[in-house]
Design a protein around this ligand. Structure first.
Ligand code: 7JQ
Ligand code: MG
Length: 215
C-alpha cells in the first residue's frame, strides 16, 4: 500500500473538515477517497452495513482489529451509547499516529483507545489492560491471513461471549477463505453474508460477514 496516503488524508482532514464534527470528518474522508485516491478504509457503502449491525448489537465494549487511519473507529464511535468504548489494535505506528490525530480532531479521543502492536501480542493482555472481561462487538479488518488465527485467539482467551457479534471486512476481496470456512462450518457461529463492493469501487465485488458467537 501507498505508505504516503495516511499523512495526506490527515492533512486533507485538518484543512477541510470541521473540528469536533465526527460525521463531517467521515464524509470528508469518503469524498476524498471517491474523488482523489482510494484508501483501504471500509468506506461508506460497506460502512453502512457495519453501522446497521453495530446498532443492532448496541455494544458496550467494542474491539476492532486493524485501525488504519481510524475511519471505521470513527463510524462506530458516533453510534456508541453512553459509557461504551472502542478499543482498536493497530500494528503500524505510522498508521496509529495518523489515526490518533484524526480521532482526536473529530473529538472522539475519549471513546476510542488505540492499542499499538501486533494482534497476537496485544490480545493476551487486553482484558486486564482495558478493564474489559468480554467484547460485545468485534470488527476484524486487518491482514486477511490473520482473521482465522485471531478469532480462535478471541475464543481461547474468553474475550467473546454468548451473542457477541463479529463483523469481518473483505471476505471476498482480498478474501479470507480459511476464515469463512472456519466460521461457516463451526456450530458455534451463526453467519450472515452481506454482499457489497470493494470500498470506493463501483465494479469490484466484496462482502462483509457477520458471525454471532453461540458457544
Ligand atoms: O478493505 C481492504 C482492502 C484492501 C485492498 C487490497 C488490495 C486492493 F487492490 C484493494 C484493496 C486491503 C485491506 C487490508 N486491510 C484491511 N482492509 C483492506
Ligand atoms: Mg478492509
Amino acid at each position: 500500500h501507498d505508505e504516503e496516503f495516511p499523512p495526506r488524508i490527515l492533512d486533507h482532514v485538518m484543512k477541510n473538515a470541521i473540528k469536533g464534527d465526527v460525521t463531517n470528518v467521515i464524509d470528508v474522508i469518503d469524498k476524498y477517497c471517491w474523488s482523489v485516491e482510494i484508501a483501504m478504509n471500509v468506506g461508506d457503502v460497506k460502512g453502512a452495513i457495519l453501522d446497521k449491525s453495530f446498532l443492532e448489537a448496541s455494544p458496550k465494549n467494542v474491539l476492532e482489529i486493524g485501525c488504519y487511519c481510524g475511519y471505521s473507529a470513527l463510524r462506530m464511535s458516533r453510534l456508541l451509547k453512553e459509557d461504551a468504548k472502542i478499543f482498536t489494535i493497530e500494528a503500524s505506528s505510522q498508521y496509529a499516529d495518523v489515526a490518533q490525530e484524526i480521532i482526536s480532531f473529530a473529538g472522539m479521543e475519549k471513546k476510542v483507545q488505540i492499542l499499538r502492536g501486533l494482534s497476537d501480542e496485544v490480545l493476551p493482555t487486553i482484558a486486564e489492560k482495558c478493564g474489559v472481561r468480554t467484547f460485545d462487538f468485534v470488527f476484524i479488518d486487518h491482514a486477511k491471513e490473520l482473521y482465522k488465527r485471531d478469532l480462535i485467539m478471541l475464543e481461547n482467551l474468553g474475550l467473546i461471549r454468548q451473542g457477541t457479534t463479529i463483523m469481518a471486512d473483505n471476505v471476498i476481496f482480498p478474501g479470507c477463505p480459511d476464515y469463512l470456512e472456519y466460521v461457516r462450518n463451526s456450530p458455534k457461529f451463526e453467519c450472515t453474508n452481506y454482499p457489497s463492493k470493494l470500498e470506493y469501487c463501483e465494479n469490484r465485488e466484496d462482502a462483509m460477514e457477520k458471525s454471532i458467537y453461540l458457544p
